[in-house]
Design a protein around this ligand. Structure first.
Ligand SMILES: Nc1ncnc2c1ncn2[C@@H]1O[C@H](COP(=O)(O)OP(=O)(O)OP(=O)(O)O)[C@@H](O)[C@H]1O
Length: 251
């Protein structure tokens, strides 16, 4: 069982406290949404889970194991257990590598596979992400934004992670493409038994995908509640403000 937990986490950039004493559990097999205005510290918290934020205090726990300050070979090994998928589908992929090469590179980073196994794994991953196997030979420039984001997810899933940090992965997509992607994220969680921290500023999108929503404001958690409860009965005025101000989809 590999839930992810933040325990009293504080992250500081020089003088700025970007995340302040945040404790949050993402139980195994659940999707926890993380919302808040731009600059509230969402990405900083997500990046802390993979060792990319300057943690000043507190801990990041993966399946109960303290991974906060893992370095070197241990951090690389963790890379196959907990994985971050970035925001921007346009810059996330190397424009000179075909889709197949991109996925293949991720496959061989953590697993030893024969050429034929690699080929079938690439097909399996493309199929999992509802992408045409023929796209294996395409360059990112020939793909739509939604297809690129699916390839970025396929690459992340190639290492068979237990936990995914999805940082604004649907934000740059058109509404219709976005809702297909959100459905896919839920399907992937069910099929692969993934644990997901889903970061987004669009509450409507996060509502569609998350079991529980955590609200971050200026680096501090102001509210954590099951999704339905948060929408039916938001406790914090800041949450109520977010609910009022954001367009909603998937309802
Ligand atoms: N590498 C960095 N160096 C210095 N300050 C940073 C760095 N990264 C983020 N910050 C600052 O930390 C604060 C939180 O930023 P963060 O990107 O985590 O917020 P966010 O909620 O993810 O915002 P957005 O929705 O715009 O991505 C902001 O004030 C930001 O300017």
């Amino acid at each position: 069982m590999s839930g992810l937990s933040f325990d009293g986490l504080t992250v500081r950039y020089r003088g700025l406290t970007a995340v302040n004493d945040v404790s949050l559990d993402i139980p195994h097999g659940r999707i926890v949404g993380l919302v808040g205005e731009s600059g509230s510290g969402k990405s900083t918290l997500g990046r802390a889970a993979v060792g990319l934020s300057p943690v000043r205090a507190g801990r990041v726990l993966l399946g109960g194991e303290d991974i906060t300050h893992a370095k070197g070979a241990r951090r690389r090994r963790l890379g196959s257990r907990i994985h971050l998928v970035f925001q921007n589908p346009h810059s996330a992929l190397d424009p000179r590598m075909t889709v197949g090469e991109t996925i293949s590179e991720a496959l061989t980073a953590h697993r030893r596979l024969r050429r034929s196994e690699r080929r079938s794994e690439i097909d399996r991953l493309l199929d999992l992400l509802a992408l045409d196997p023929a796209l294996a030979s395409a360059l990112p420039g020939a793909l739509s934004g939604g297809q690129r984001q699916r390839v970025a997810l396929a690459r992340a899933l190639a290492v068979e992670p237990e936990v995914l940090i999805a940082d604004e992965i649907t934000s740059a997509l058109d509404a219709s493409v976005q809702s297909a992607m959100l459905t896919l994220v839920r399907d992937l969680r069910d099929k692969l038994d993934l644990t997901i921290l889903f970061i987004g500023h669009n509450l409507g999108a996060v509502r569609y995908v998350a079991d529980v929503i955590a609200v971050l404001r200026q680096g501090e958690l102001v509210e954590v509640a099951p999704t339905d409860k948060l929408f039916a009965d938001p406790r914090h005025p800041y949450t109520r403000g977010l609910l009022d101000s954001v367009p909603r989809i998937g309802r």
